[in-house]
Design a protein around this ligand. Structure first.
Ligand code: ADP
Ligand code: MG
Length: 242
């Protein structure tokens, strides 16, 4: 069973065609890493998967629900997707635990006590239970990103989307965030991850997708796409990032 199916996805901004016919699937429980140069359309692809962007044409199916069907309840479908961005976007005036509770209460209508219990469970999962009552500004960037992951997990997503989650972090803070993501993968979470962390992609991904200029150039297991790329464009990209 596949969690995500993307068929012939196109996205243009005005006359700029950013996605030029993307096809791929993420099977349930798989981790797929998307790599590629800046400007190749990776963020746009993720934003089309959760319909932060409306595709120009093509199909996006998540757990059998066609998000590109005009009659679909987008908010209900989107609730199944967790999204973690480069910027953590925590509310600065709320404590860590409140940050994780607020969408549970407002969107899922969970009672306060239940939301707090689930918030603390997820803080424990990302190794930050002792920071529950701190404010975001009192945390390092890596800790804030782990809170953002806990916040997404508290919504019980069936798919987690990550867009360069470690790119804004100081190098010494990257490892803890990748460690949490690795644990999530081991626990069986379905994940679509845009990243420049080639070691993570090589070790954790079931598949690596290399994108360039709005098309998928290579899609396969990491030992193939990273270890033995078939296309010159992939080889050139890897020479620059490895
Ligand atoms: P990547 O994440 O691979 O760096 P993006 O998906 O962010 O690439 O961007 C791909 C291209 O689409 C870039 O040329 C970017 O300028 C353009 N683009 C992205 N979002 C918009 C937008 N909202 N309006 C216009 N152009 C955009
Ligand atoms: Mg991007």
């Amino acid at each position: 069973m596949s969690t995500v199916e993307i068929k012939d996805l196109h996205k243009s901004f005005g006359s700029l065609e950013v996605l030029k016919g993307i096809d791929f699937t993420v099977e349930t429980g798989q981790v797929v890493c998307v790599i590629g140069p800046s400007g190749s359309g990776k963020s746009t692809l993720l934003r089309c998967v959760n319909l932060l962007e409306q595709p120009t044409s093509g199909r996006v199916v998540v757990e059998g629900i066609e998000l590109t069907d005009p009659d679909v309840d987008i908010d209900a479908a989107r609730r199944r997707l967790g999204m973690v961005f480069q910027q953590f976007n925590l509310f600065p005036h709320l404590t860590v635990v409140r940050n994780i509770m607020i969408a549970q209460e407002r969107v899922l209508k969970r009672k306060r006590a239940e939301a707090e219990r689930i918030a603390r469970e997820n803080l424990e999962k990302v190794g930050l239970l002792e920071k529950a009552d701190a404010y975001p500004a009192q945390l390092s960037g890596g800790q804030q990103q782990r809170v953002a992951i806990a916040r997404a997990l508290a919504m019980n997503p069936t798919l987690m989307l990550f867009d360069e989650p470690t790119s804004a972090l100081d190098p010494e803070l990257v490892g803890d965030v990748l460690g949490v993501m690795r644990q999530l993968a081991e626990d069986g979470m379905t994940m679509l991850v845009v990243t420049h962390e080639m070691a993570f992609a090589r070790e954790v991904a079931d598949r690596v997708v290399f994108m360039d200029q709005g098309v998928i150039v290579e899609d396969g297991p990491p030992q193939q796409v990273i270890g033995d790329p078939q296309h010159e464009r992939t080889r050139e990209f890897l020479r620059r990032v490895l």
